[in-house]
Design a protein around this ligand. Structure first.
Ligand SMILES: [Fe+2]
Ligand SMILES: [Fe+2]
Length: 134
């Protein structure tokens, strides 16, 4: 779960938030493989993700981004994925399950940042500008 220059959007706040999500996932992979600890870490990830998606959707709304419904649907899909994986973890807390969870979350996030997030950025920065979001 290494940050990669290809994930960079050139928007300081969004990049900082994306980096935080990566850090939370890295913590999840390094920590002690304890049922309650991992459960809490997944909840922390959910919390950061919810705040990040809310910011993105607000920016897209302000810029009247036409792809906002698509982004909303993808964000909702991720929330559902995290909830499903957490429930799965509660039933089976084997180290292999944790690895599968991390792999699925990492894969989804990297694809989402490179695909969907990079697509909305030009629209959002030309209309409202990165400095107006704070
Ligand atoms: Fe994002
Ligand atoms: Fe997004």
């Amino acid at each position: 779960m290494e940050w990669n220059i290809n994930y960079e959007m050139g928007h300081p706040r969004l990049d900082a938030e994306h980096r935080t999500l990566f850090q939370v996932l890295a913590t999840l992979s390094r920590g002690y493989c304890d049922r309650d600890l991992v459960d809490t870490q997944i909840k922390i990830l959910e919390h950061y993700v919810a705040a990040h998606f809310a910011l993105e959707e607000r920016m897209m709304e302000e810029a009247a981004y036409p792809g906002i419904d698509g982004q909303r649907a993808l964000h909702a899909e991720f929330h559902a994925t995290v909830a499903r994986l957490r429930a799965h973890w509660r039933q089976d807390d084997a180290p292999g399950v944790r690895r599968e969870i991390i792999a699925e979350l990492s894969d989804w996030l990297t694809r989402h940042i490179i695909g969907a997030d990079h697509a909305y950025l030009p629209r959002v920065t030309t209309k409202s500008g990165p400095s107006s979001v704070g």
